[in-house]
Design a protein around this ligand. Structure first.
Ligand SMILES: O=C(O)C(=O)C[C@]1(C(=O)O)C=C[C@@H](O)C=C1
Length: 334
């Protein structure tokens, strides 16, 4: 990389799970500058707008509560914007996005209940308070729902409220600030990682509070398509993953099946399918969906790439290939 440092955006501040994903991705590379963004949209916008930024790391899905809808919708919006500005190639209905996916990362998520003050009896100390405000990133609630319900049942006279923050690490910061400004009857807590608690010098009152063991979040590593200085991956026996989004010719019966059948005809194994609602413009009708599929390719498949893309063009309304990247070995771990 010519001694120049790489600039990598992540959802900050330090100590978020996104930070962890970025460190995992670039740990073997010297001179990496990690730049904290204040929101997931900023992770996309800054990568597109600031040519000095090389990569951005964004959460995509969680093994307990599924899609990180913020990221799905940011990908969707970019495809719809391109479709509206009709930069579609004349011959095909393929859309070329400005950003590209080059890798994936998996981070094991172990949430902790974190307090700005020491609580000598741990969770039992909650009964001293009238109200407990719990701060965290909205994606977290669905991963600790059972735990929070059991807390509410244990302390029926306490009022519990949830407060959304831009990230888990930010939620620890927020709970420290709120604690300093509030009265003694209210306890502010956060849900975040052990690292976030340590960074903010806060106290862990309960460790591993996620409902499911093996809770994991999958992240995508993005770059601008025009930035060709892609660093070399170690070679792997694992398959290549392709992320493709498409819209269907909606009123044709079987239009979704027709697109999926193209994969079957070309012997391509699909490994995920998701959808998000979309509107082409504000007058567009409701209940239209943009599909996200991922499928594997390796040295042998598809045998004829050009025909595969022509078939996708024929069967879908519009489509976009976001990238082809190596499957991360952590995908197979629980
Ligand atoms: O808040 C963080 O720490 C993040 O990196 C974001 C995020 C997410 O959006 O999914 C990452 C992992 C966890 O699932 C919770 C939050």
């Amino acid at each position: 990389m010519n001694g120049k440092s790489l600039k990598v955006l992540f959802l900050g501040p330090q100590g978020t799970y996104s930070h962890q994903a970025a460190l995992q991705q670039f740990q073997s590379i010297p001179n990496v500058e990690y730049l904290p963004a204040t929101s997931i949209p900023q992770c996309f916008d800054e990568l597109e707008e600031d040519v000095t930024v090389d990569y951005s790391v964004v959460p995509l899905e969680n093994s307990t509560n599924g899609q990180v809808v913020f990221s799905y919708d940011l990908l969707r919006d970019r495809m719809i914007q391109k479709a509206q500005s009709s930069t579609t190639s004349a011959k095909t209905n393929m859309i070329t996005s400005d950003i590209e996916v080059i890798a994936e990362q998996y981070v094991s998520i172990t949430h902790c209940l974190i307090s700005p003050i020491e609580l000598p009896n741990g969770v039992e100390s909650l009964e001293r308070f009238k109200e407990v405000v719990i701060h965290s990133h909205p994606q977290v609630w669905g991963q600790v729902d059972g735990y929070l319900k059991s807390l509410e049942e244990k302390f029926p006279s306490l009022t519990f409220t949830r407060s959304d923050c831009s990230s888990t690490s930010e939620s620890v910061h927020q709970c420290m600030r709120s604690h300093a400004a509030s009265d003694d009857n209210i306890l502010h807590l956060a849900i975040a990682s052990e690292t976030a608690a340590q960074l903010h010098k806060a106290h862990i009152i309960e460790h591993s509070i996620n409902d499911k063991l093996g809770n994991t979040t999958r992240f995508l590593v993005l770059k601008r398509r025009e930035n060709t200085s892609r660093y070399e991956f170690e070679s792997t026996e694992l398959p290549q993953v392709n992320l493709l989004t498409f819209t269907t010719r909606q009123d044709d019966p079987g239009s979704l099946v027709d697109v999926l059948n193209v994969l079957k005809i070309h012997s391509l194994n699909m490994c995920s399918i998701n959808s998000r609602p979309f509107h082409m413009d504000e007058n567009d009708r409701n209940w239209r969906y943009l599909f996200f599929i991922e499928y594997y390719t390796d040295g042998n498949a598809p045998r004829n790439k050009e025909t595969f893309y022509e078939d996708i063009s024929e069967k879908s309304k519009q489509w976009c290939l976001w990238g082809t990247f190596p499957r991360n070995g952590k995908y197979y771990h629980k």
